[in-house]
Structure formats: structure tokens, C-alpha cells
Design a protein around this ligand. Structure first.
Ligand code: ZN
Length: 372
């Protein structure tokens, strides 16, 4: 018997959570608070069985964020051990090792110790994390059809087999292999819960993209040609993820809440950034099979630090979509980053504009609001 279809899985879960909350309160008063409050939730439990999203194998798991807060408050080593062994931390460690992140990567213990002591630049990271946890367990899952925004920029019939974690202290959000995560304590989310949702669209797009065209390990980069591939791959990867969240941000008047979307609507700035991106690309191309030395890595460093991958990547992806269609843009994922760049360069020149700022303006009639 499937009674949960009658009352709806969310109501059932909320009842369960409130029960567990009471139980945690009782146990907490007894000094042995449990870490089992936020059990993972499957997307298919949140929608009707006839909804297309019910076919997606996607889970939401906030246990790492919760365990982090519990440990910071209790200093209970058993809680710390649970956190160290959590799938979220395994995911973060894999990400750090693949992309040579500046965090301890010798062990999960060392990584967790670092994340708990320097989670973000927020004045009160634990408060921000509590807010994020409430949004993650509430609005993010109450209406989960935002997942379709991600799927719209992946091949038709794409199926997730993935988990989105809420973590504590690592970047703003990352993706690797079959999982993605958002950092509950990041200052970007302070007072802006819906940013978690936009970043979820972004990070989950990476999960889909990786499954079609996996990233390379940074430690395996040998030549400038390898770096050229990375410089192009990450523009395609980040550009499409930025584009995936664009429409919802526009409709919800949230373009001004993220500096990339502000920059993308400034045509003069984008022309400068695009010029810089292609300059660095040309430099790497000319160096061919030369070893990837410090100078060559510096070219990639500029692209990352100045967010050229996100902005110029999104500008290229959006232009390809506008001229050739979304399916053509999606078909470029398996073809690879060389083809993505080539497809962009083959497009007819952008129409000259009397008002340059209108090129990337919203296509709907929704007005832009001043920054919040
Ligand atoms: Zn990204």
C-alpha cells in the first residue's frame, strides 16, 4: 500500500521531521543530541508519480551541514567522526583532489578540520548556515520544479543519478562526478536564501555536463595544449551553468544579486572581457606543446580569477543558443570544448547596437529591479 501518495510525501516528511525535532530536543536536553534530523530526501518523493521529475534519481542531503553545526556547538568527537565519514565530505575531498584546491587533501579528517575552522568570510557563519539549512529543507524542496531549469540545458531524456549536499565551509558550491554541494555558511547566501536555489541549478548542471564530458585532473596537465583544453572546457562548463539559471533569475528579479549576471548585461565590459579571454586563449594556442610552466598557468589563473569562464562562457553559450538553438548548444557538450569555441566563432557578427546595454537584456517584459 502506498498511503503517502494520498497525503503527499512532503506532508508526511514534515510530520516526520517535526516528530524527529521533538525527539532531538528531548535527546538534546539529555546532552546526547542526535545527528539524524535532516535525512536525505529523494526528488521522486517530492513530486507526483506522473511528473517527469519522478524519473530522476536525485537526492538532497543536508546532514553534513547539520553535523558541522552540531560539532561546533557540542565538540562531540562522535559527531565529528560521523561528519568525517559522510558522503558529502568524500565528495568534497574528491573535488579538492581533482582540481588541486588549496585545502588539506591528505585525509577527510584534515579537510574537515580546515573547513570547520575557516568556513567563510561571514562574520557569523553558523547563523548563515542555519538560515541556509532552513531554506534547503523548506522552499528548495517545497517546489522542486526548478530542477527542470537544469534539465533544459542537458540532452533530452537525461537522467540524474546524483546527490546535492549542503556542506559547511567549502567554496560557495561545487560539483564533482555524481554529486554537487552548496556551502551553507557562504556569505553570498546570507539573507538571500533563493541564491541557494540558483546555485543548485548551476551546480547540478555541472553534474550533468561532467557525466557527458568529464573534466581533467589538474595534476595531469603537462603542456600548454592541455591548458588550452582546460581554458576552453571550463568556459563551456561554467558558461552553460550560468545560462541555465539565467531565465529564473530574470523572472524572479534576481539578476542584480550576482556579479556575473550584472557584468553580462554590460556590453562594453563584456567586450573587454571577451577580448581578454581570447587573448589568453591565443597565447596558450601559440605555445602548443611547450610545457605548462608558471606563465601558462597564469593565463588560466586570469581566466578563473576574473571570472572569464563564467561570463565570457555564458556570453558565448547564450549567443550560440540565440542563433543556432538550444539543442545545438547542448549537442556541443559531447563534441568538446574545441567545437564549442569554434561554433561560437563561426556565428555571424553580433548586430551593431545603438544602445550596447540592450543586447543581453531580458527578453521578457519583466522590469529589472535596483540592487538589493
Ligand atoms: Zn560552476
Amino acid at each position: 500500500m502506498e498511503y503517502h501518495h494520498i497525503s503527499g510525501p512532503r506532508r508526511h516528511r514534515k510530520w516526520l521531521w517535526s516528530g524527529l525535532a521533538r525527539l532531538c530536543l528531548v535527546l538534546g536536553l539529555a546532552g546526547t543530541i542526535s545527528a539524524q534530523h535532516n535525512q536525505p530526501v529523494a526528488l521522486r518523493e517530492l513530486v507526483s508519480p506522473t511528473d517527469a521529475l519522478a524519473a530522476q534519481d536525485l537526492r538532497f542531503d543536508a546532514r553534513a551541514a547539520e553535523l558541522s553545526l552540531q560539532y561546533l556547538q557540542s565538540k562531540d568527537t562522535a559527531v565529528l567522526e560521523q561528519l568525517v565519514q559522510s558522503p558529502a565530505v568524500t565528495h568534497l575531498l574528491s573535488h579538492a583532489r581533482n582540481f588541486d584546491y588549496d585545502v588539506p587533501t591528505d585525509s577527510a579528517q584534515a579537510l574537515v578540520r580546515k573547513l570547520l575552522t575557516s568556513p567563510s568570510k561571514s562574520p557569523d557563519p553558523q547563523r548563515v548556515c542555519r538560515q541556509s539549512m532552513a531554506f534547503f529543507a523548506g522552499p528548495l524542496l517545497d517546489e522542486p520544479h526548478w530542477v527542470n531549469d537544469t534539465l533544459r540545458y542537458l540532452p533530452v531524456g537525461f537522467r540524474f543519478h546524483a546527490t546535492l549536499f549542503l556542506t559547511y565551509g567549502y567554496d560557495i558550491g561545487v560539483a564533482f562526478a555524481q554529486s554537487a554541494s552548496l556551502n551553507c555558511a557562504h556569505p553570498h547566501f546570507d539573507g538571500h536564501g533563493r541564491e541557494l536555489l540558483y546555485y543548485a541549478i548551476h551546480e547540478l548542471h555541472h553534474v550533468g555536463f561532467y557525466s557527458i564530458k568529464p573534466p581533467r585532473r589538474f595534476s595531469e596537465v603537462k603542456s600548454c595544449r592541455d591548458l588550452l583544453w582546460i581554458a576552453q572546457y571550463h568556459a563551456q562548463l561554467e558558461g552553460m551553468a550560468v545560462l541555465a539559471a539565467w531565465q529564473r533569475r530574470r523572472e524572479e528579479h534576481a539578476l542584480d544579486d550576482d556579479s556575473d549576471y550584472v557584468a553580462l548585461r554590460d556590453e562594453a565590459q563584456m567586450q573587454r572581457e571577451e577580448g581578454l579571454y581570447f587573448e589568453e586563449l591565443q597565447y596558450l594556442r601559440e605555445r602548443g606543446d611547450a610545457p605548462a610552466d608558471q606563465e601558462a598557468w597564469a593565463a588560466v589563473g586570469i581566466m578563473s580569477a576574473q571570472r572569464l569562464w563564467y561570463r565570457v562562457g555564458a556570453r558565448m553559450a547564450q549567443r550560440i543558443e540565440q542563433v543556432s538553438g538550444r539543442q545545438a548548444l547542448i549537442a556541443l557538450i559531447p563534441e568538446g570544448p574545441d567545437q564549442f569555441i569554434a561554433a561560437y566563432l563561426q556565428l555571424p557578427p553580433r548586430p551593431a547596437l545603438t544602445d550596447h546595454s540592450t543586447d543581453l537584456r531580458p527578453r521578457t517584459s519583466a522590469p529589472l529591479l535596483p540592487p538589493r
